[in-house]
Ligand binder design. Sequence first.
Ligand code: ARG
Ligand code: ZN
Length: 874
Amino acid sequence: AAIRLADYRPADFVIDSVELDFSLNPTKTKVVARLALRRNPAGEAGAPLVLDGDDLTLIGVRLDGRALGPQDYAATPDKLTLAAVPDAPFVLEIETQVDPSANTQLSGLYRSGSAYCTQCEAEGFRRITYFLDRPDVLSVYTTRIEAEKSDAPILLSNGNPVESGDIDGGTRHYAIWRDPFPKPSYLFALVGGDLGVVRDAFKTMSGRLVDLAIYVEHGKEPRAGYAMDALKRSMRWDEEKFGREYDLDVFNIVAVSDFNMGAMENKGLNIFNDKYVLASPETATDGDYAGIEGVIAHEYFHNWTGNRITCRDWFQLCLKEGLTVFRDQEFSADMRSRAVERISDVRGLRLAQFPEDAGPLAHPVRPDVYQEINNFYTATVYEKGAEIIRALRTLIGEDDFRRGMDLYFERFDGAAATVEDFLSCFAEASGRDLSHFALWYSQAGTPLVTTSEEYDAAAKTFTLTLRQETPPTPGQSEKRPVVIPIALALFSENGQKLDLASEDASARELARGLIELDRPERVIRFRDIPSRPVASLLRGFSAPVRLEPAPASEDLERLLAHDDDPFNRWQAAQSLALRAIFARVNGDGAASDARGLTDALRLLLAKAEGDPAFAAQALSLPSEIDLAREKGSDVDPDVLFAARQSLRAEIGRALGEALETIHARFADPGAYAPDAASAGRRALRNVALDLIAAGDADKGRALAQAQFETAGNMTDRLAALATLAHLGGAAREDAFARFYAQYAGDALVIDKWFSLQATIPEEATTRRVQELMTHPEFSMSNPNRVRALISAFANANLTRFHALDGSGYDLLTRVVLELDPKNPQLSARLLSSLRSWRTLEARRRELVETRLKHILAAENLSADLRDIATRALG
Ligand code: ARG
Ligand code: ZN
């Protein structure tokens, strides 16, 4: 049934405190929950008590100590109803039994390896006990866990440890945890198991000492060092940048290998996909290190943006996620290179969020209706949510933004808030009316900003026209103009930045170089412009919009050379590459000459020493997904692939010597350091290798083979393997076999081995993926493994996934249907790989449509999968 934002009403009951008592057992875990309940003055008087459940087995119920009989309540696996409860506060004691070993959904209490762990967001707590499982019911939790010592020597829950000890002569033991901060049930967590631990401590700004611990599989302790370091840096950063201090005596992180998402911010007990904790130079790439730093920070930052201030209902998910992504992006920008971080964040947005916003799964950053909330943990809620916050900061300025954040923390601490609550703080701090800005939250679709320019040499004026339009999205056919902050600068021909003077923009806009496009069109005539200028627009990607048309090629070359905004310098290189690729797609011989681009890149390579990470980004061509999105309709992935390859080959040939110089000069110095500068050098070297191979396969193979042999770290090793994978032949198969032999049993590395094979752009790959599914190390029960093989195939191998014989779609369909009864969150997520199917050319569209209908016709589909398939068909 559809849940609607408009239907929100407060809960009829308040749960002041919760006492949980777990007896862990692999198949029969006993859970006793004692809830201190009272009627909510804001709820409906006399309403029955209706608690949420999911797949629960009820053992018994007591009210104020008295055992209730079946006549007193109605219990089903998904609901517990008490028609008559006292008007005075009362205590309800509920005993349930759950089977963690049979919980393959990885929601609620489940087992990962031999450990017990939980995932309660969004609605997993109701799979543990009956509860008012909604984020606006905040309670203080005390958790007692007991278990066989041999089964679970470590027992963890939220908050601070209170007490622990032996029972039954020492074969069993227990631990009691108490979390003094009222929280919603989705932040509950429990872990039990035999785990190794790395410990450290952090002194907060007010001088309190916090014990830090990261729990990992025995033997993996040395791989948790970087995560611990990232945690301490996150704690310090949140104090310095937002004045936010940690609030418990302990902060625990547990890494598990079976996890549906990246990680979870449970109060005081973060549970992580081990992919975002474990790293060593031999097993993790620079990208993995950056991912760990970002996700550790993200979950830690949730302690304030999510936990201390939580969400009133799940429609407000972006309130915590968009804001926390914004915060983790800022953290990474401060830890690494701000420019490179911005470029990769925008790359990610365009790769995942723009296609979502342009397709049948489009939804507002704050949706107003959902069937299954798990399907709304999307790039739109997270990444576009973060962009809106960034645009808000750009609009009101850093100082007012910080004041607004302070107000938010002060005013809503301990509350379950809404997007309106959040915005009200910035309206107050800035003195601006933000009601129009708020439209970003409710209107879906990526606005398209079109520009036109006119220079009048006689009058020395430059006229810039900016127009905006947002395309229709499902359920929203009419769109209104939004508030788009467009950062701009004008450059003279020799690269001088010009003063902005105009009667058509406010003094504030001109001083800040920030035009506020809040209506369908603005025409701004700049005066005193001595010669035709080059406009640098949407600097720093100041708003999540598409901007068209790209400047003329000569202007792009100038921007690439002179713009002092690194984002737009990178954008200029991308735009030049896009132009060269589409000239090939369109068979435009004259325009397909990429000399302008290769000359510009040669210049960039010559100066690469100054900022190798930036040079690596500039040399990375738009991806096939970027090309499909730019094309917009009638997409033939084969054509786009061929055009892109052809440009890569041309660049490789044109810059061959310069690339080889780079590859040699930036060789692995021996000792690996994960810092951004070292990573940037490796990134540049490996982009160079890839382009060399595109231009000259033999040379590329020789260099890649040598690099594969001698690499002292996983970044260089994997990059060499990727190059070999694309070159094919015996060298490839040999390298894959040796890689496997070396890392067999090391799950996170073997995931890479599966992924790379799934992305080989050759016809035989689909068969290869099918065969890999029967490999002894493949498992449908491990989400990382499924994503490594199947998501890689569906999202990073477009020509094979979209093969004209339908074999790629068939593969996805089979996997999705097989997976669905086991793990619906994962099956639904996999099917979202088809988010852009309507932009395909007609034959492929028909193939997809048949598969989607086939899926919908299957029996016993999960709500998750049914929702995605239904919306995808539209
Ligand atoms: N709140 C988590 C995070 O972003 C994500 C948890 C999502 N879980 C889920 N089952 N949908 O850090
Ligand atoms: Zn989050």
